[in-house]
Design a binder for this molecule. Structure first.
Ligand SMILES: *Cc1c(COP(=O)(O)O)cnc(C)c1O
Length: 400
């Protein structure tokens, strides 16, 4: 029973229904029955944080100078580490005092930026499918959200012809993310140039999520939006240490770009939190300074799982695009079954957990996302179970 006077704020009601609820229920049931689940649902990277990062954290925890409230804008040395990393990695020069802000994970920053920049009724453009924080932050802020459908024929890139001019004129903010979660798509530099020209023409704030900046394969180098001349006037870019450095639980990310936008986010956060524990900021600095072989190891781990699973799924009739970045396969559902039903079926018949594409918005219908977070022997076991249950791209049991 909900008490009338204890009803949550209306902004909570603006959140789209939680697609994971039924999946969680099925997962709990399966676990209670002793099913050995193969969980490829979450994007939670497996494996330990690199040892030099752990050692930097241990040292910093022993130093009492790190025990008080951290500075609101993050420690000066972490901000410098961020801007040096940016310069080394992309050749982009940023001012550590004002153009870089540490965050308690990029999800926190994405949500709070929406609160800091979006008024109720403001027009916000968000691709579909998209990482949920890109539409939930604006939903909480009361935005008038217009989705832009991403399509396989366009390699999951935003097609600017899909955005009517009068909508573009009204839009205040556009969120986007390449390398993309969930589709695994990457965007060429020319796309970023087009994006900047589009935003300049229509005076739109661009919010780019570059959370897979370093999780790229086969020599592919993701582009930073800030490499494009003029981008800093109209955009900010989010990064996280969660994925590449196996630091999801540490909650460290950062935003870089336009100083006025960052100042607005900082003002909001000043009223809500104190930022990241200073000792963890020391550890994060160490992560950004890791020698390249740490990255190549992580990249190779994901690309070999990718290659293994694509090949194994092909024997069951699936043709899956080979992503050049991120940690997911975006896999078409067999014809005639929706994303949520297919995810439920996989769980019930095989104990394999995947994310239905609709968790990322209606544009994800017809697809499931498989996270490459298990070793190849577990992936092989998953494919064996599909074979045993006779689940192939062109034949799926009709009753489950
Ligand atoms: C995993 C992920 C994040 C990470 O968020 P953190 O809060 O930094 O852990 C952000 N954006 C996208 C697209 C992601 O896939």
């Amino acid at each position: 029973m909900t008490l009338d006077w204890l009803k949550p704020a209306e902004r909570l009601g603006s959140l789209p229904p939680y697609v994971f609820a039924r999946l969680d229920e099925l997962k709990a049931n399966a676990q209670a029955q002793g099913v050995d689940l193969i969980d490829l649902g979450m994007g939670n990277p497996g494996g330990p944080t690199p040892q030099p990062v752990i050692e930097a954290a241990l040292g910093a925890i022993q130093d009492e100078r790190n025990h008080g409230y951290p500075p609101f804008e993050g420690t000066a040395s972490f901000r410098r580490a961020i801007t040096s990393w940016y310069h080394r990695r992309y050749g982009v020069k940023l001012d550590p005092d004002g153009e870089a802000l540490p965050l308690m994970g990029s999800k926190e920053g994405l949500g709070h930026l929406a609160m800091a920049y979006i008024n109720p009724g403001d027009v916000v453009l968000v691709p579909t499918p998209a990482y949920p924080a890109h539409f939930r932050g604006p939903a909480i802020a009361g935005a008038d959200i217009h989705t832009i459908l991403l399509r396989a024929e366009n390699n999951w890139l935003i097609d600017f012809d899909d955005i009517p001019t009068d909508l573009a004129k009204k839009a205040k903010v556009l969120f986007f993310n390449y390398p993309n979660n969930p589709t695994g798509a990457v965007a060429p530099k020319s796309f970023f140039e087009e994006m900047v020209a589009f935003a300049q023409q229509h005076q739109i704030l661009l919010i780019h999520d570059l959370c897979y900046a370093e999780l790229a394969f086969d020599g592919y180098q993701p582009t930073s939006l800030l490499e494009i001349p003029g981008a800093k006037d109209i955009s900010v870019e989010f990064h996280t240490l969660s994925k590449t450095y196996n630091m999801a639980g540490w909650r460290v990310g950062f935003v870089v770009g336009n100083r006025h936008v960052i100042q607005g986010l900082r003002t909001l956060k000043t009223n809500l939190d104190y930022g990241i524990f200073s000792a963890l900021q020391k550890a994060a600095e160490a992560a950004l300074q890791l020698p390249d072989h740490f990255l190549t190891e992580v990249q190779q781990r994901y690309s070999s799982r990718r290659d293994f699973l694509i090949k194994a799924l092909a024997t069951l009739g699936w043709q899956v695009d080979k992503p050049s970045a991120a940690m997911y396969l975006w896999v078409a559902c067999p014809p005639g079954i929706g994303a949520a039903d297919f995810a439920f079926l996989l769980l019930q018949k095989t104990g394999i957990v995947v994310t239905p594409g609709t968790a990322f918005g209606e544009g994800g219908e017809g697809y499931i996302r498989i996270s490459l977070i298990a070793e190849c022997d577990r992936l092989a076991e998953a494919v064996e179970r599909l074979k045993t249950a006779n689940i192939r791209y062109d034949s799926v049991p009709s009753h489950f």
